[in-house]
Design a protein around this ligand. Structure first.
Ligand SMILES: [Zn+2]
Length: 175
């Protein structure tokens, strides 16, 4: 069984930085636990990193969300300290937008049969990546652990989970 855990954008700016929320801070412990568990079971783990540059405010995302975040090389761009020691031996994929085309290529190349996604934000980058993985690998079982995700708001977190459920993405964990 080829299994993958995708840890989406667990970066400082989304936890306690520019776009941080208390809901994001609350999932850190669950996320760390999940990553440790996956590594113990020898699952593959991929970390994605939202990655922008100095021209962020001139990009479409920046015009729609004019709050500079995850600018490469700044402290807010880094993975949270709790995960720094766990990324060793894992693929880390920088992505300039919500979904990661590199993640799709890697997942297809490796033919993963089960893929679990956790991280931030449920309603933007987790849902984007879950949906494109579902399109690229229609026979893979794709799961999102709600207890390891947080959204921009509590309501949009729940809406995103419901939308994913309708698209046959398994939702586990309490929300
Ligand atoms: Zn961004």
């Amino acid at each position: 069984m080829k299994e993958l855990l995708v840890v989406v954008d667990m970066q400082k700016d989304f936890v306690d930085g520019a776009l941080g929320t208390k809901e994001a801070q609350k999932i850190v412990e669950n996320v760390v636990h999940k990553v440790k568990e996956a590594k113990e079971c020898e699952k593959n783990v991929i970390f994605t990193m939202d990655t922008h540059y100095q021209d962020y405010l001139q990009t479409q995302e920046g015009r729609n969300l004019p709050i500079a975040h995850c600018i490469k090389g700044t402290p807010g761009w880094e993975l949270i300290p709790e995960l720094q020691g766990l990324k060793e031996g894992c693929l880390v994929l920088e992505k300039p937008t919500f979904g990661s085309t590199n993640l799709i290529h890697t997942a297809v190349k490796n033919g993963y049969e089960t893929i679990e996604l956790i991280g931030l934000c449920t309603d933007i980058c987790v849902i984007s990546n879950a949906m494109i993985l579902k399109s690229a690998l229609p026979e893979a079982v794709i799961t999102v652990d709600a207890s390891c995700c947080a959204g921009v708001t509590v309501e949009s977190h729940k809406n995103a989970l419901e939308a994913m459920k309708m698209c046959q993405i398994n939702i586990c964990g309490l929300y």
